[in-house]
Design a protein around this ligand. Structure first.
Ligand code: ZN
Length: 412
């Protein structure tokens, strides 16, 4: 069989990384910035040069397929946007590799080619409007435009103004949903963004599922008082209560499940004076695991421990759920297809869950979805130092080609 052109794949990745490229090797293609829009136009143009029909939908997702076809398609790709000062592979690799795969199928006149569509999703990262996966949520009809319509970026620019500059409207983002009926499955190739594969010497990994993410804001209310005249035993120190509870977080999580992770990424003491006992402590708690019951157990155990501490410190607790994203198991058939594709290349893939969110999590709720990882050097991502060896980049695309052939053959 004909195989992907590795040199062309690497050259395309190089060309895309120059759009929004930074001197330190990183890229800045923040969602719907000039660089991001230029990246989308470049991707559409590369599709057209490959003889494909390309289009930017109502949510600025870029799609490409064999001209004259209407689906149903096996969709493959990833996102084209990046975090500020991010890496050149996160998202871009899966999109460019998908293009290389379909280009190879077209060039070799493979009868499967008309059943495959390539996608470069819009605003997956969610940095600009604190709301990610916008492109895939719009495609699947899950996007809440009423909430999103009020969003501003950190410069205070309203989202409708940002979209208007790109020729789009917030209320019309949902039009992207019309295309979902034409999609029969989804495969996403991505860099691991973590250290596990490199440490274990693994070339390819099947993603079994994407973790559920619980986010909560907790406020402890104590009693603001003079830090010089109030003896310890008479204090109701909200800062001390928050510190005690959060300092034990790792041990508490580990005692429940060795694979779970949690994070306190924000903490604020009020009023915030060097000589004032904090009357209020506010912090966030994030918990991630592939199993929903495990997440619930950790959240409940933390709440119980917090209750004990606050009883001792004389503080009151107010807690608010910020968001809950359920775990997204991948489709067993697509995982099996990806495994066979890896074995065709004489590689026995590992099975990993993903601790980071991906468009595949959204698609998995609607169509049979699978995901494949290649290793990240040093486990670094969301950084200019993000890298994967050329050999692994080409290997991942070769595996994707074989999986796409097998998966698309099942359509109809
Ligand atoms: Zn990504």
């Amino acid at each position: 069989m004909s195989d992907v052109n590795g040199e062309r794949l690497l050259a395309d990745l190089q060309a895309l990384s120059a759009i929004g490229g930074l001197a330190d090797g990183g890229v800045d293609r923040l969602a719907w910035s000039d660089a991001d829009l230029a990246g989308r136009r470049w991707f559409a143009k590369r599709m057209q040069e490959a003889g494909l029909e390309a289009r930017l939908d109502a949510a600025l997702n870029v799609f490409g397929h064999v001209p004259g076809t209407t689906g149903p398609y096996l969709l493959t790709g990833s996102h084209l946007d990046s975090v500020p000062n991010g890496g050149r592979l996160d998202g871009a690799y899966g999109a460019v590799a998908a293009l290389e795969v379909l280009r190879t199928l077209v060039e070799s006149k493979n009868p499967i080619a008309p059943l495959v569509e390539v996608v470069g999703f819009s605003d997956e990262e969610g940095v600009r409007f604190a709301s990610g996966l916008i492109g895939s949520l719009a495609l699947t009809g899950e996007l809440d435009t009423a909430k999103l319509g009020e969003a501003h970026d950190w410069r205070g620019v309203p989202i409708d103004q940002v979209l208007a500059a790109a020729g789009r409207e917030v209320d019309r983002l949902v039009d992207a949903h019309q295309h979902l009926a034409s999609i029969a499955g989804f495969l996403e190739l991505h860099i691991e963004q973590g250290p596990r594969m490199e440490a274990a010497g693994i070339d390819l990994a099947l993603v079994t599922g994407i973790v559920g993410v619980h986010r909560q804001r907790i406020q402890l209310i104590g009693e603001q008082n003079h830090a010089g005249t109030t003896p310890f035993r008479l204090r109701h120190d909200a800062g001390r209560a928050a510190a005690r509870a959060t300092a034990g977080l790792y041990e508490l999580v580990q005692s429940i499940d060795g694979d779970a992770v949690a994070n306190v990424g924000f903490m604020q003491l009020e009023p915030g004076g060097v000589n004032v006992i904090p009357g209020r402590a506010t912090f966030t708690l994030e918990v991630r695991h592939l199993d929903e019951a495990t997440v619930r157990r950790i959240v409940a155990a933390f709440a119980e421990r917090l209750q004990e501490i606050c009883a001792e410190e004389g503080c009151r607790i107010e807690s608010e759920l910020l968001s809950w994203v359920p775990p997204a198991p991948m489709d067993p058939t697509q995982v099996e297809i990806l495994q066979q594709a890896c074995r065709q290349l004489d590689r026995e893939p590992a099975r990993l869950w993903s601790g980071a969110g991906h468009d595949a999590a959204v698609l998995s709720r609607h169509v049979p979805t699978g995901m494949l990882f290649v290793p990240s050097l040093g486990g670094v991502s969301h950084s200019p130092r993000e890298a994967t060896s050329d050999a692994h980049l080409v290997l991942g695309a070769r595996a994707l080609l074989r999986a796409v052939e097998r998966s698309a053959a099942r359509i109809k």
